[in-house]
Design a protein around this ligand. Sequence first.
Ligand code: E4P
Length: 217
Amino acid sequence: MKFFVDTAEIKDIRDLYETGLLDGVTTNPSLVAKSGRNFKEVIREICEIVPGPVSAEVAATDHAGMVAEGEHLAKIADNVVIKLPLTFEGLRACRHFSQKGIKTNVTLCFSANQALLAAKVGATYISPFIGRLDDINLEGMQLIRDIRQIYDNYNFSTEILAASIRSANHVTEAALAGADVATIPPAVIYKLADHPLTKSGLEQFVKDWKSTGQSIL
Ligand code: E4P
């Protein structure tokens, strides 16, 4: 499973990239607003740090506007992926970019039918939002399973990018459901390494090692 980090914070991206765990980055307008940075500058900087796919979302909601903005964003770097909303206008723009060989990430997906449409217009990634479905008492993870089955039934090459991940459990469940990618907030990526038995076990080993009075070097 590929790991993308879901943030526009340069320091977090740099730190995580150095761990070797990071395959790409996703951003959205809310994350850019939170960073307080200039959007295009941030995308340029991220693309200099991470060679993998970096999703940059259009702001327009009409087809012509999305195409114009996407064309502009695609020129920032070769690894920019144009992020488009799952509306009919967004799907038309997605088809435009797929035909030109420009990678796309169709976002704000909340149903299997939406994911089917995105695959049919050649989206590189589909982003089902797990956490936001859980927020309204629906089972976000079931959507990942349904999309996996539909894409496998028809050999669609669109990758399932599990988004709106809120917990370490979401990551495990998305991996079990066969998501190709998970885009994860930085804090949740760090939590993936945590286990209380690892913590207590290490504390005991450190204590016992000290009692031997030895040193390895
Ligand atoms: C995905 O690309 C989105 O940026 C993100 O995962 C949304 O997550 P949220 O629902 O926690 O805002």
